[in-house]
Design a protein around this ligand. Sequence first.
Ligand SMILES: *[C@@H]1O[C@H](CO)[C@@H](O)[C@H](O)[C@H]1NC(C)=O
Ligand SMILES: *[C@@H]1O[C@H](CO)[C@@H](O)[C@H](O)[C@H]1NC(C)=O
Length: 392
Amino acid sequence: MGLRLDIAMILMLFLLKSTGNVQASIFDVKQYGAKANADITQALTKAWKAACASTGQSKVVVPGGTYKLGAVPLEGPCKGPIELQVIGTLQAPEQQSGDSWVSFNHVDFFTLSGSGTFDGQGKIAWGQSECSKNKYCKQLPINIRFNFITNAIIRDITSLDSKEFHINVLGCKNVTFQHVTIKAPETSVNTDGIHIGRSTGIHIIDTNIGTGDDCVSLGDGSRDITVEKVNCGPGHGISIGSLGKFPNEEPVSGVKVIGCTLTNTMTGVRIKTWPASPTGSASDMHFEDIIMNNVGNPIIIDQVYCPWNQCQAKIPSRIKISNVSFINIRGTSKFQEAVKLVCSKGVPCEKVELRDIDLKYNGHDGSSTYHCINVKPTISGKQNPPACTVKA
Ligand SMILES: *[C@@H]1O[C@H](CO)[C@@H](O)[C@H](O)[C@H]1NC(C)=O
Ligand SMILES: *[C@@H]1O[C@H](CO)[C@@H](O)[C@H](O)[C@H]1NC(C)=O
């Protein structure tokens, strides 16, 4: 009898231990005055402050229901690990100025979880955006910002119809995005899915991104980034850059994009730098096992990236691109230019490898093309279209 009880106890302890957050104190926004269909900016701020000030693990809960939420910065550092679980839908104001809606700042050991939705209500804002014409356009609010967050997990949440980027990651370290959903119409302006800059050890896995701009975009100072099992489309694809627009940019290094599927995106995987840039570098970038379904231009290195002629296109980019591999990339391209490697005349790309490329052109007016300009890649395995048929 006693022995059986002991075994039961041990089993229970084991189960408790393996479920993790045993002792988390709960801070339900309803205890802080939140009501469904009303504005919960105050309630969420108060619940967060209380949780953040408590020692041990804490968990702020937004239960099921729809809530209005104004711009809200949720600040750390906190006294212990903190989680925000969103089960309901949070709605941003339709008209909103400033550069962010929900931001998390300076939090260590943070979890954002729940099946809930961050609805940026961007429809009106997209109509007002000048960002398709002007590279220094006025910023609209980003749905969710992670600023200087360390050791964090973001899982299961949805970002919907953001006014600008959905998610922005700045100055972060060791953050995993898992099973996140990002949704906005193909026609929405500047709605990048996840943008990362000046951050180290960021992992995006099992995530679905359909939006109007890049699915994932990596800005300067992105280091040790993994994008794995991400489905992307519609949108502009997975991009490194654009780099070299501003002075004092940090290098990009260590990027792995693995096991992703892109469907009906404008481009597939792409590295882009502005001409006439300051000196800089992008290195150790690895793209492997990627399926392209009717993707505009599946593989691109573009060092003469100059949308709307906002640059001195004749001066070469000074961003050095090296150690890049594209391995086992297959499927179909919407446009003829399936592979387009256009490196800088000033600093040609180095150590570029292409292995097992199989990209069939979906059109009927010829076959797909493969450009290699200012680069001499290492070629192996299957090459469809034939490698480097266009060299100038
Ligand atoms: C990274 O963050 C996760 C989530 O908080 C944590 O479990 C893990 O220990 C961290 N890794 C390191 C190396 O600190
Ligand atoms: C090339 O990049 C990969 C990561 O993609 C890295 O593991 C490797 O060490 C790099 N090689 C060199 C020679 O820098």
